[in-house]
Design a protein around this ligand. Structure first.
Ligand SMILES: *[C@@H]1O[C@H](CO)[C@@H](O)[C@H](O)[C@H]1NC(C)=O
Ligand SMILES: *[C@@H]1O[C@H](CO)[C@@H](O)[C@H](O)[C@H]1NC(C)=O
Ligand SMILES: *[C@@H]1O[C@H](CO)[C@@H](O)[C@H](O)[C@H]1NC(C)=O
Ligand SMILES: *[C@@H]1O[C@H](CO)[C@@H](O)[C@H](O)[C@H]1NC(C)=O
Length: 260
């Protein structure tokens, strides 16, 4: 009799611990941190977390990565007030390092919900004289904050290899994201690119000290997430239907708010 009581008590202790662990793990159904970057709505790293528009865009493997059809880019920062994300392509050429040619390509939905900002500039380098941006589409090229291509070629050690004898340097073009969105590097006929952001702040600053990377501006879907968060829930979505879900601790999930 005593024996079975002891077994019963131990069983109950085990059960309550198991329940505690269960309720702890359901307390925050979605990771809210990756490395040193906070993961808040509309983003999510686990499937079913955040807004469905941003599904599978982020990958947390030690550091946070932004996944696009042209590769995974390291996330430098997310500014939740200004609604911007800054990414960096480690295989992109910079003022001090020349890297092999490649494209920057976003998915159609990424181009809509998280496009690069207008103060992010794509610098197309080593363009052929037949490049569309030197001919029919020459109006797509501009100088920014008083900077020109010549300055880049003359300052950056990595671009000296482009030098073409007495003729100096091949053409180059400062342009916006839309240009590379509609024309691949092959069509543009430029062998390399680099990207610079916060270009409005770069007046009088040399190419060595420019801020290399891509800043993107994201939109937050108006899907009633605030109401869910106010009730203590975490915003997510059904992975089959992609309908919004309010993920609640313990109790079952709801479409709008916890405890409803
Ligand atoms: C996440 O990104 C890293 C870095 O590019 C990559 O090595 C890894 O395979 C990616 N993981 C997934 C699940 O895509
Ligand atoms: C520059 O572009 C030309 C084609 O226009 C290409 O043949 C050459 O290899 C490029 N230079 C470098 C260093 O990649
Ligand atoms: C950019 O600046 C360079 C050098 O100052 C100048 O030759 C060129 O015409 C300018 N390009 C545009 C598009 O304004
Ligand atoms: C709530 O949704 C999450 C994510 O889809 C799921 O893992 C969990 O099992 C759901 N909980 C309940 C009680 O339905």
């Amino acid at each position: 009799m005593q024996m079975s009581l002891a077994v019963f008590v131990i069983f109950m202790l085990f059960l309550s611990t198991a329940l505690q662990i269960e309720s702890l793990s359901t307390l925050s159904p979605c990771p809210n941190q990756c490395g040193s970057t906070a993961i808040n709505y509309p983003f999510g790293v686990d499937d079913g977390c955040g807004a469905p528009h941003y599904r599978k865009m982020l990958n947390c493997s030690g550091d946070l990565f932004f996944q696009t059809p042209s590769g995974n880019y390291k996330v430098k920062s997310i500014d939740y007030d200004k609604q911007t994300m800054t990414i960096y392509d480690p295989s992109m050429s910079t003022c001090t390092m020349l890297q092999p040619h490649h494209d920057f390509k976003m998915s159609d939905i990424q181009s809509v919900v998280i496009p690069p900002t207008s103060d992010t500039i794509f610098v197309l380098l080593n363009c052929s004289i037949d490049s569309p941006v030197l001919n029919h589409y020459r109006s797509l090229c501009f100088n920014f904050s008083g900077h020109s291509c010549d300055e880049l070629y003359n300052t950056c050690t990595s671009y000296r290899v482009f030098h073409i004898g007495l003729g100096g340097y091949p053409p180059c073009c400062f342009t916006g994201y839309n240009t590379v969105k509609y024309m691949s590097m092959n069509i543009l006929d430029c062998s390399h690119y680099t990207t610079v952001y916060n270009t409005d702040d770069l007046k009088g600053i040399g190419p060595l000290d420019w801020t290399y990377g891509i800043k993107m501006s994201y939109s937050v879907p108006n899907s009633g997430c605030e109401r869910c968060q106010r009730s203590g829930g975490t915003c997510g979505y059904d992975t089959e239907t992609e309908m919004m879900l309010c993920l609640c601790s313990g109790a079952s999930n709801s479409t709008r708010e916890c405890g409803a």
